[in-house]
Design a protein around this ligand. Structure first.
Ligand code: HEM
Length: 382
């Protein structure tokens, strides 16, 4: 039993559109306790913003509340300042070493190839497999400056890691997620033994010792960039395109500005939940949060909080200001947001310009993921 009915998030209708349930929770208050999964659910914008920003009170490094973390999980995603600050700086320098043009150029090439294949498909095609996944994988490996893994091996492994992020709702996903992460780590360790071209991974591996960052943390963090970058970028291309295709062709806009992409991320971004543990007793949204309790920020819900975003369910392409939480906030805010926006601008902008009559051929089947939304396939005709 749960107080909020959180397991309803796994029902097909909620996987396709969780916003009715989010609205129901928000009406009950911005912060609700669920005794089934023993966590606070945060759906209010201000409360989610505060949680993500305040790393002194709400931690990503759960060792601070006595939870044992295996070394394989220590990365820029699971450390807090000051350790986090060192690895984050190292990774930011990696982004600079890659140069902004590299992923953009790689995307242009792979997008041309994939759209040429799409145009040959008279009966429509699956946008996820044919375009979103290949483009996202090419973008993130070009950014990292590493060889591209075989897609048929990598994608299912990577999906298993995403499944494991919902282990509090689907406990059976935990062990396969741990095993998949370990397998991906073996790939990253191989990069470290190979001569890599100039770029992100090479720079980070070479400068880590002087930056005083543990080698395992560096390797885990490179794994995080590969995993987070591929999954979020490919899932967003699909969730974003689906939203656009639901608009009648004569009312559609071409999403080729940063502003338009940010509005699409606010409205249809793939990352719906980010959790923290409370380090010291505090009050959030009028509720007393105790040390050690889990606080799950529902970014998808916060991004439709009407007290911050007027007409939150509507796409307002020039929405200003648009301080959405789709890329997170605070010390752990998305490191790849600029790359993600660039990839989405290129892909969704090109599709919008070249295929204004694009249409959906079937209702997509959503993946059973609550934390990071996605779909098995998106059948479309250009
Ligand atoms: C539309 C696409 C994307 C979305 C919606 C997205 C969303 C997010 C969010 C919400 C977080 C915050 C996690 C937290 O608070 O714990 C995050 C962190 C992160 N993202 Fe993204 N992301 C996207 C694309 C990318 C790309 C393309 C990359 C890499 C190339 C990337 C790399 C990362 C990394 C490394 C972190 C962890 C940062 C840290 O913990 O310090 N993301 N992302």
């Amino acid at each position: 039993m749960t107080d909020t009915g959180i397991l309803r998030l796994l029902e097909p209708s909620a996987l396709a559109d969780p916003h009715p349930l989010y609205r129901e929770w928000r009406q009950q208050g911005p912060v609700l306790w669920d005794s089934g999964i023993e966590a606070w659910l945060v759906t209010g914008y201000e409360e989610a913003f505060t949680t993500l920003r305040d790393a002194e009170t709400f931690c990503q490094d759960w060792r601070r509340v006595g939870v044992d973390t295996p070394p394989a999980l220590l990365s820029l995603q699971t450390l807090d300042p000051p350790e986090h600050t060192r690895i984050r700086k190292l990774m930011l320098d990696g982004f600079k070493a890659a140069g902004p043009g590299r992923p953009a150029e790689a995307v242009r090439t792979v997008l041309d190839e994939r759209l040429a294949l799409a145009e040959k498909e008279d009966d429509g095609f699956d946008f996820v497999r044919l375009v979103a996944e290949p483009v996202a994988l090419r973008a993130v490996t070009a950014l990292l400056g590493v060889p591209q893994p075989d897609r048929d091996w990598f994608v299912p492994l990577s999906d298993t890691i995403v499944d494991g992020m919902d282990a509090s709702l689907r406990p059976e996903t935990y062990e396969p997620g741990v095993a998949a992460r370990a397998e991906l780590s073996r790939l990253v360790s191989r990069w470290a033994g190979e001569p890599l071209p100039d770029g992100f991974a090479r720079h980070v591996l070479a400068t880590a010792p002087d930056a005083g960052v543990d080698r395992e943390v560096v390797l885990n963090s490179l794994r995080v960039v590969l995993q987070a970058g591929f999954q979020t970028a490919s899932r967003f291309l699909a969730t974003g395109l689906l939203t656009l295709l639901r608009i009648p062709p004569d009312e559609r806009v071409v999403v080729d500005t940063d502003k338009a992409v940010h509005e699409l991320v606010r409205h249809s971004g793939p990352v719906h939940v980010e959790s923290r543990a409370c380090v010291r007793d505090t009050v959030l949204g009028g509720r007393r949060i105790r040390r050690g309790q889990i606080v799950s920020c529902f970014l998808g819900a916060a991004n439709r909080d009407a007290s911050v975003f007027p007409e939150p369910d509507r796409l307002v392409w020039d929405r200003t200001p648009n301080r959405h939480l789709g890329f997170g906030r605070g010390p752990h805010a998305c490191l790849g947001a600029q790359v993600a926006v660039e990839v989405a601008r290129q892909v969704l902008g090109t599709v919008g310009r070249r295929f204004p009559q694009a249409r959906l051929l079937a209702e997509p089947v959503p993946r059973p993921n609550v934390t990071e939304h996605g779909m098995y396939s998106l059948r479309v005709s250009f």
